[in-house]
Ligand binder design. Structure first.
Ligand SMILES: Nc1ncnc2c1ncn2[C@@H]1O[C@H](COP(=O)(O)OP(=O)(O)O)[C@@H](O)[C@H]1O
Ligand SMILES: Nc1ccn([C@H]2C[C@H](O)[C@@H](COP(=O)(O)OP(=O)(O)O)O2)c(=O)n1
Length: 226
């Protein structure tokens, strides 16, 4: 029974540190990791490759069902994402892909199409799942739920540094606008809106270092991750 598999969910807005913290905690626990956003981004990239109209929900739902999405960890620990057999990792991480994912993610049938793929990550010995609705919709019975936040300014600065380190040309002001727009869309949509589960532990990571946040999350799971 997958219900016996322990789950830690880490939800939050863009740039709050979900991916970084989730991967570090999963590594410390020896658990599997689900980057649910990568699934939505992969559908966005596949839709772009197929030149689909983002205003055509039917085509996007079919794309969500049909797109092959595979995750591969390289020997040096890098997480690569293959879309229909092609390595799309770098394209997936752009703000363009993030914006497309956010738009596509507002379509209820797309969320339904991706639901079982996300739940299939729930395998022993355990799962750390990051996203927007891990604790509210995908794994509502998760034993531990965390919701990360940070100021929009700090999140934009983090994303700015992240993308600059990858050689992506962006402006801090433009990123702040994009993050605020994505926050608003993700939190205001009718289906699975970005919000903490009632029982989630909310951590404002503004001014906190990565290790501090990782330790705070691990402290919620006594006796594990040591
Ligand atoms: N607490 C933190 N302090 C400083 N930088 C952080 C912190 N958490 C994450 N980062 C950095 O910010 C960037 C975005 O983090 P990421 O995990 O991708 O956020 P999210 O998955 O919520 O969008 C990454 O470069 C990451 O290393
Ligand atoms: N569980 C999820 C994960 C992502 N999404 C949507 C909404 C997000 O803006 C996009 C991209 O998510 P992703 O977590 O990859 O984006 P960030 O890393 O937080 O910038 O996908 C979602 O609706 N539900």
């Amino acid at each position: 029974m997958t219900d016996d598999v322990p789950v830690l969910t880490i939800d939050g807005p863009s740039g709050s540190g979900k991916g970084t913290i989730s991967r570090a905690v999963a590594h410390r626990l020896g658990w599997h990791y689900l980057d649910s956003g990568a699934l939505y981004r992969a559908v966005g990239v596949a839709a772009a490759w197929a030149d689909l109209d983002l205003d055509d929900p039917g085509a996007l739902v079919r794309c969500a069902f049909d797109t092959e999405i595979d995750f591969r960890e390289t020997p040096d620990g890098d997480l690569r994402v293959l879309v229909n057999g092609h390595d799309a990792t770098d394209e997936l991480r752009t703000e363009t892909a993030g914006a497309a994912a956010s738009a596509i993610a507002a379509i209820p049938a797309v969320r339904t199409a991706l639901r079982d793929r996300q739940r299939a990550f729930r395998r022993l010995p355990g799962l750390v799942a990051d996203g927007r609705d891990m604790g509210t919709v995908i794994f509502p019975d998760a034993a531990w739920k965390v919701f990360l936040t940070a100021s929009a300014e700090e999140r934009a600065e983090r994303r700015y540094n992240q993308l600059k380190n990858k050689g992506v040309s962006v402006t801090l002001a433009g990123l702040l606008r994009e993050i605020l727009a994505r926050d608003a869309r993700d939190a205001s949509r009718a289906v699975a809106p970005l919000r903490p589960a009632p029982e989630a532990v909310c951590i404002d990571t503004t001014g906190l270092g990565i290790d501090e946040v990782v330790d705070s999350v691990l402290a919620l799971l006594p006796g594990r991750g040591v």
